[in-house]
Ligand binder design. Structure first.
Ligand code: AMP
Ligand code: MG
Length: 348
């Protein structure tokens, strides 16, 4: 299949959006930018179209898709009874990087929800995404546009690496603004539960709906406790080289990483290091990449996946990363980094 690239780095082009919408209406696949990461879109109400997403990504069929809508009125057709919290959270955070889990209606096919009786819904804030959803019929199922298991794409080039020749179209809207997937909050059990941390923090949600819990499966590093979002149990966001997070006091972390990279260099191999602007100058014997300043957490989120992909191209033998605890997005950043590392942490 020839994958067409539509350039929209300077904004929405109506003719390109019309062509993309037509592909979606005919059951095809279009990758498009959102404010979080690039999504791989299909008509969410067409069982055959959403089944194609699993095939293109190599995604396990029990891992449900998020349905993207462009206006609040659209939510009624795909959901069952709506808790009051849904409207409150929509008023506060939609359009934006928040996904809500709600009871699904008959209109949503089982292929879209991985057989679940609930549906994940998000209203993105990106102008291209919103125009495409409307042009495509109003309901676009879209997981991240990467091959299953690889880091999520934050540029159209990342999408092409994984999806060229496999999907109908890629809309290139430039680099995304957030860089990590949406916060997922489950509203089907009374007290809201965060199934995946993201830009919208537990504190921000609580300020609107009161008590909000974290899914136990996210907090406990125990394989017998399953996270409630099916996708969170898979190894994900993973670079090809083994990744270790080195935690502890700043200067000791630096010492430890330098000792490890020196050993790697002595053995004739090349290690990668993920650091922050404040510390990236202190490493030797390694390829060092900075995620940005510790004071700017959005920068850390924006650069993380691109750096993991870059290390894949450089064929480093091992990657050592500092840890990045930040006030709003720290839980999300460390959740993704821990998953990329397969929970391998070196404490110093
Ligand atoms: P992605 O679209 O690649 O960001 O992945 C979507 C995430 O949402 C995965 O972790 C899914 O398991 C999760 N998800 C989607 N629908 C549901 C649902 N109905 N219940 C729980 N988690 C869901
Ligand atoms: Mg994904």
């Amino acid at each position: 299949m020839k994958t067409v690239v539509e350039m929209m780095r300077d904004g929405v082009h109506e003719d390109g959006i019309r062509r993309a919408g037509e592909i979606l209406r005919k059951g095809g696949l279009v990758a498009f930018p959102t404010e979080t990461v690039y999504g791989l879109g299909a008509n969410a109400l067409d069982p055959e179209a959403s089944a194609k997403i699993y095939q293109a990504k190599g995604r396990p069929s029990d891992n449900p898709l998020i349905v993207h809508i462009a206006d609040w009125e659209s939510i009624g057709m795909i959901t069952g009874e709506l808790p009051a919290q849904a409207k409150l959270l929509s008023d506060a955070f939609w359009p934006g990087p928040l996904t809500m889990i709600l009871k699904k209606s008959e209109a949503v096919p089982d292929t879209t929800t991985g057989g679940l009786k609930t549906v994940a819904v998000r209203m993105p804030d990106n102008a291209i995404a919103r125009a495409l959803i409307l042009a495509g019929g109003g309901y676009v199922a879209a997981p991240s546009a990467n091959t299953s298991g690889r880091p999520s794409p934050t540029t159209a080039q990342h999408v092409a690496e994984d999806m060229d020749g496999v999907i109908d179209m890629i809309i290139d809207g430039g680099a995304v603004s957030i860089g990590l997937e949406s916060t997922i909050v489950d509203l089907t059990e009374g007290i809201p539960v965060i199934l995946r941390p993201g830009y919208i923090s537990q504190k921000m949600l609580s300020s609107v709906v009161g008590e909000v819990r974290m899914d136990r499966g996210l907090l406990i590093d125990d394989p017998s406790v399953h996270p409630k979002a099916p996708g969170m149990k898979y190894r994900h966001y993973a670079p090809r080289a083994p990744l270790f997070i080195v935690e502890g006091e700043r200067s000791r972390v630096q010492e430890k990483i330098n000792a490890l990279t020196a050993a790697e260099a002595a053995a004739g191999r090349k290690a990668g290091v993920i650091a922050a602007d404040e510390t990236s100058g202190g490493y030797s014997h390694a390829v060092v990449r900075s995620v940005g300043s510790r004071g700017q957490e959005l920068s850390i989120a924006q650069h993380l996946y691109a750096i993991l992909r870059e290390f894949d191209h450089m064929e480093v033998s091992v990657i050592y990363s500092e840890s990045f605890e930040t006030p709003q997005m720290g839980a999300a950043i460390m959740n993704r980094l821990m998953k990329a590392a397969g929970h391998q942490v070196i404490e110093v």
